[in-house]
Each structure stands twice: as structure tokens, then as C-alpha cells.
Design a protein around this ligand. Sequence first.
Ligand SMILES: Nc1nc2c(ncn2[C@@H]2O[C@H](COP(=O)(O)OP(=O)(O)OP(=O)(O)O)[C@@H](O)[C@H]2O)c(=O)[nH]1
Ligand SMILES: [Mg+2]
Length: 605
Amino acid sequence: MQKIKNIAVIAHVDHGKTTLVDQLLQQSGTYADHQEVQERAMDSNDIEKERGITILSKNTAITYGDHKINIIDTPGHADFGGEVERVLKMVDGVLLLVDAQEGVMPQTKFVLKKAIGFGLIPVVVINKIDKDGSDPDRVMDEVFDLLVALDANEEQLEFPVLYAAARDGYAKWEMEDENKDMIPLFDAIIDKVPYPKGSPDSDTQAQVFTLDSDNFVGRIGITRIFNGKIKKGDEYLLVKADGSKSKSRVSKLIGFKGLDRIEIDEAEAGDIVAIAGFADIDVGDSVCDKTNPVALDPMHVEEPTLSVIMSVNNGPLAGQEGKHVTSNKIQERLEKEMETNIAMRMEPMGDASFKVSGRGELQIGILAENMRREGFEFMLARPEVVTKEENGVKMEPFEHLVVDVPEEFQGVAIEKLGKRKANMTLLTPMPDGTIRLEFEIPARGLIGFRNEFLTDTKGEGIMNHSYLEYRAYTGTVVSRTPGALVSMDDGEAVAFSIFNLQARGVMFISPQEKVYSGMVIGESARPGDLDVNPLKGKALTNMRTSGTDDAVKLVTPRKITLESAMEWIEEDELIEITPESVRIRKKSLDPVVRKRMARDKKNAK
Ligand SMILES: Nc1nc2c(ncn2[C@@H]2O[C@H](COP(=O)(O)OP(=O)(O)OP(=O)(O)O)[C@@H](O)[C@H]2O)c(=O)[nH]1
Ligand SMILES: [Mg+2]
């Protein structure tokens, strides 16, 4: 029987997980000599590469001595916490990375809490010790205190600790030790992570934790085998979360080796493999012995906390840029997403609209971004938190928020967050002279906050948050103050009008861009919406947009991205998303209707 170790690498966003996996791959000699490998090799999809973040957890395998180590790299961003939750059940140990300067952050708490809950003993890696501001002793204390706060048992409190600079390729047991290689970390994995339980001689039990597809064999389930064996060509019973069962033959069995996948004939308890041949295989399904099936517990991950209405684009420019624009196409795509993404939900709402729920704006934003890249066109409304009722009390999700600000911005940060119903729990002066403020805040209070915070702190503030728990509803929180500049006509924007409108606020559009009546073309400098005309053209004499002409200087417009729009919009606005454009519009394009609505709202107050 092969000696196997299964580990997941977990941490707050950017603490160096994927970089560490790079080094483990390289230093284990898993790559062939001539193999060219990119930095952060595990971040393989386009959006991951573009943004330098991990979105989907991915697995790889290395050999070290006579051991095989299966490693799952997980995302650190709070919105993808569901990925981490489901992966933790598949491993027997975790490497918990903590940035030697930033220390314990909101998502460190979230992932460690889950790991402790599964009974895992973390191998703590204090990473980035090469950084100037690093303070490994302080960070080590923070990790210990966190484990105590999470009710870790005695065994877990005796967690091993290493100090590392993943980027520079070394890890060591003591700060005084020489900076050499990753061998101490490999040894820690071999010594400290328990071997898989289960037996190859028992009846087969395996569980799917990720889906993949292959052009030749179709759907592939990446599975952890807990008991027994899986053999190519043999028949197994697939048991779904709802208890339904179906028999199929394994048409292809795939093992992992570094970034490669290799066809194998057999795998046994403890290993992680990919199987093909089950047409409707899903995340969470159990693959069982066909005569004596004992299904594993279906996977539970925390429920979504944020939802947004996605609907068919019905604006005047609809259908001009997208390939898939109908309600049917959108529904099909969303249903496909929900099969693999167990942290998200989708519900048709009628009227060609769907409620899509997830962990946060980024998770929903990434789905929307993927869809527009695939040629979809649709609209999104303002994100809303998912409330629920418990014993007759309305509950809403709360987040743990950490902001790091230079001292002079401490006052404004506390004041603004106070208005958003945040409750300060901790204030810590950091070694680099900044102040770390910690809060508990209703998730609602965070919608649209990032922008305001960055402006208030002149771009120097850093904020991080992560899901805490549901608590009693806290009443209204403030939202965006500035109104919108709304176009009152259809056509192409004219430089001269934009030039004149600049005094009224910040523009979102450039000359020649298509606009329509009811489209939001800028942020007003004052509260309350303003209908404006971006088409009023003086003849284009003596005017250029290239900036070479002194006659008209246009300020660069603020770029509207999918995520900045989700942060910015109000309840009566929508984002129009196509493969080529992201526009903001009023829900009601008719100015008369809007006026009436505004008046009714005012009267209601
Ligand atoms: N100074 C320093 N920087 C590091 C070290 N390890 C990683 N980094 C940098 O930290 C940044 C984030 O690294 P990643 O490996 O993408 O971090 P991650 O934890 O995988 O991030 P997510 O998957 O998005 O949560 C990159 O710019 C790395 O080059 C280190 O040891 N020292
Ligand atoms: Mg990563």
C-alpha cells in the first residue's frame, strides 16, 4: 500500500498559499528538468491569472521520498470560503499560512475555525518572514490566542510551527536556522500529518469534491477515496445528496502528478483521483460499492449571505453586443453553475429574472464576469443581504471587519463605520505606525463601503472582512450619498457636453460612447439624481479628445467595472452587462415615472 498524506493549504487572501505550492512542486522534483512552469502554476484559469488570486481550489500531487503528498490549494478570499469548507473534509491535515507582518486576519479565523471543527491539527507556517515589517513572534502569539479562542483541544494547541519565505523557497523550524530549502516543511508534513484512515480491503466509499470536464470523456469527478478501491472498468453505485442512486462503470481513472494527469488502472483508500463514466456526477456525491453501498454524509457548507437579481437585458441597446441574451440561456447557464458551485444558489423569480445568491459581491461578480466572457448579456440589480427568521426574529449576516489605516484616518474610519452600524471590538497600534481597527458589522453596512473608505483614506487604508454569523437585524444603514447624472436622450455622447458636465460631478463615459435616456453617465457632486444631456453638441470645431488640444480638456472618466458598479448602485438602478460593456442605468428609464417615484418616496418619509 502506498504511503499517502493529504493536505490542504489554507490562509487569508494573499498570504502565499499558491506560491508555497509552487515551491513544494519544484523542490520535490515533481517537474521534469525541461518542463517550463509559470509562477503560481496552480492559478490556472484566466481570471485567476489576471487578478493574481485563487478562485477555485485545485489539487496536485507530489512524491517526497517514499510518500505521495496530495495537496489542495484553496482560495483565501472570503467570498470563496465555501471552497475551503468542502475541501477540509477531504484531507487529513492543513498547512495554515499566516503572513508574518499582517498576522491573523478575518479569513485566517474563518478557515482555522473550520479546520479545528474537523478535528485537524494545523501545521502553522508563518510566511513572508523576509518582509521588512515582519514580526513572527507577535504573529505566533496571535495564532496561539486564536486557537484558544476557537476552543482547540490540547493536541491542536501543540501545533507545529515553521517560519518561511515561500517566494524565496525556504522554511525552517527556528528563526535562527539557515535559510535553505523546503525540506523542513516536507518533513513536517510527513511527521505531523496523520495517515489517511480507512482500508483498501473494505467496501468502496469515495466522495466527489470538485468537478471537471474533459473533451473526450465528459464530466469528471475529483474524488477522495475513503475506503476500498476504485478500478477502471468496474461498476459502482453513485449516491446523490437526495439519496437517489444510479449504477455506472468507471470509463477512465485519472491520477495526479504535479500539473499532469495520468491514466491509471486502480487507486485505493486514502488517495485522490479523478473518475469519468458517471454522466450526472456532482459535487458531494458518494461513489460506493454496488452491492453494499454506504453513502458518506452529503457536504454542508455555510449558506449564502448575499443575493442579487439577474435578469434579461431589456434596455434600448439590448442584444447588440451579446451572443446569449434570452432568459432560457441565462437559466441554463446558472443551473450549470449551481451543480459545481455548492456555495451558491439560484432561484427563478419569473419575469425573466433569477435570484442568484453567494457569499459576497466578488463571488457573484466572478460568475457574472465569466458569463460575459462566454458571450452573455444581462442585468444585475443591487446586491441584498440574505435575511432569515429565527424564533420570530429577523436575522441578518454579520461580518468581522479589519481595517488598517494610517493614524490620521483613524477618526474618519471609526465615524463612517459607526454610521454603518459597525461595533468596534479592538484597536491595535501596528509596528509600522498604522492602526488596526476591528469591527463587527452587519454585511449590509459593508455594501458600497470600500469605495468610500478608499477615498476617505486617500487610498492608504486596507480592509478585509469575513463572515461571522447571523444576528438580529439592526435597522436601516446609510447608503450612497451622491446622486446619479442621468442621460435624458439617446445617441452618442458629445465631447463638448461632457466637458460642460464635468463641473457637475464625475463622468463615467467618454465621447462617442452610446448612451440612452435613463442611463447613468456619471456621479453627481450632490445628493439627488440630475437629468442631463450629454448629446448637446456644438459643432466639433476646435475640439479634440486626444488631449493635444488646449481648447477642451476632458478629465479621464471613472472606469465602471462590474464590481465597482455592484458597490455603487442604489435600489432603483441596474447594471447592464454585455461582453463589451458595463453600463449603469435607472430601473425605470422614463423620467416622468422616475420623478413620480422620487416624489412618492419623499412623501412617504
Ligand atoms: N515578500 C514575500 N512575498 C511573498 C512570499 N510568498 C508569496 N509572496 C507574494 O504574495 C503575493 C500573494 O501570493 P499568492 O501565492 O498568490 O497568495 P495566495 O495565498 O495563494 O493568494 P489567494 O489564493 O488569492 O488567497 C504574491 O505577490 C507573492 O509573490 C514571501 O515569502 N515573501
Ligand atoms: Mg492562491
